[in-house]
Design a protein around this ligand. Structure first.
Ligand code: C2E
Ligand code: MG
Ligand code: MG
Ligand code: MG
Length: 292
């Protein structure tokens, strides 16, 4: 294992190793130190009440400010973080930092905002997860129902019985659960019904191609009908056009998220909007044409 080798990590490089493998290995070494070196960041993407209501909460999205490579998105390092297990401590950092930020917002009066945090499959399987969630809530004095934990459909369905057990334990605390990237996995309807989730997020891929006459419209409309039958709130992610905004609302989506309404932002940018253009978050009806 190359954990904590720092500079010595270089001795793992073999001349025979291809460039891609070397890059990955270097990235892996750096990743173990990212948290200690204060290189992890969270951006927050707002979730809006459909069709054009206020922000009802934010989703924390992880970034890594790499000293040489700049700001990295999760697709570059998350698979590696999962494979090496470093996601466990990084995920715990995310949970804590997101709760700390929410409590800061709450102190500033935004007590109706919720915080959504993504959990990876590896994290979801950690026995310490429940304790970590309990600790975070009490440390930052967060009402449990203001924390939403997002688990992808694929993660939830990889061991459905265990997911039901874990999500039941989490929701018993009062925390909410959301099934992310829905439509890309293979859900058993029986398990979907048993999962104590309160929210279902339609994957961006379906929203992307959405046209009133298209095939995706049929799928999205079926997903929304299913979710509503199961008493789940429906969130559409990746909303990029006013047409999608209107159509998703007509189909029965409760919540909209996407570049049209709000990109992932750092806390300073959010504070500036609250200060200078509050209508963008509080009443975005007139601002929805331009994204920020
Ligand atoms: P996700 O949870 O499904 O998050 C939505 C992704 O879509 C985010 O990408 C977001 O920036 C992007 N997005 C939002 N609106 C739009 C839009 O209108 N158009 C387009 N093209 N994209 C949009 P991001 O931030 O790169 O995150 C990618 C994935 O990485 C997330 O997908 C989530 O699965 C994972 N992730 C992010 N942060 C964390 C984290 O803290 N922990 C874990 N375990 N996973 C995370
Ligand atoms: Mg998510
Ligand atoms: Mg998603
Ligand atoms: Mg996704």
């Amino acid at each position: 294992h190359t954990k904590h080798n720092g500079r010595n990590g270089y001795h793992f490089f073999q001349p025979s190793m291809n460039a891609l493998a070397q890059t990955q290995l270097q990235l892996m070494n750096d990743l173990w130190q990212a948290e200690a070196r204060n290189e992890l960041r969270l951006l927050y993407q707002p979730k809006f009440q459909a069709p054009s209501g206020p922000a009802i909460g934010f989703e924390a999205l992880l970034r890594w400010q790499h000293p040489q490579r700049g700001l990295l998105t999760p697709d570059v390092f998350l698979p590696l973080a999962e494979k090496t297990g470093v996601i466990v401590s990084i995920g715990n950092w995310v949970l804590n930092e997101a709760c700390r930020q929410l409590s800061e917002w709450r102190d500033a009066g935004h007590t109706d905002w919720s915080m959504s945090v993504n959990l990876s499959a590896v994290q979801f399987e950690q026995p310490a997860l429940i304790d970590n969630v309990v600790d975070c809530l009490s440390r930052h004095r967060i009402p449990p129902e203001m924390l939403i934990l997002e688990v992808t459909e694929t993660t939830a369905m990889s061991d459905p019985d265990e997911s039901v057990r874990l999500l039941t334990e989490l929701t018993t605390l009062g925390v909410k659960a959301s099934i992310d990237d829905f439509g890309t996995g293979y859900s058993s309807l029986l398990y979907l019904k048993r999962l104590p989730a309160s929210e279902l997020k339609i994957d961006r891929a379906f929203v992307n191609e959405l046209r009133a006459d298209g095939e995706d419209a049929t799928i999205v409309s079926a997903i929304i009908a299913l979710a509503r039958t199961l008493n789940l709130r429906v969130v559409a992610e990746g909303v990029e056009t006013p047409e999608q905004q209107t159509f998703l609302t007509e189909l029965g989506c409760h919540t909209l998220q996407g570049y049209l309404l709000g990109k992932p932002l750092d806390p300073h940018a959010i504070a500036n909007i609250v200060k200078n253009e509050p209508q963008r978050l509080i009443d975005p009806v007139h601002a929805s044409e331009k994204s920020f």
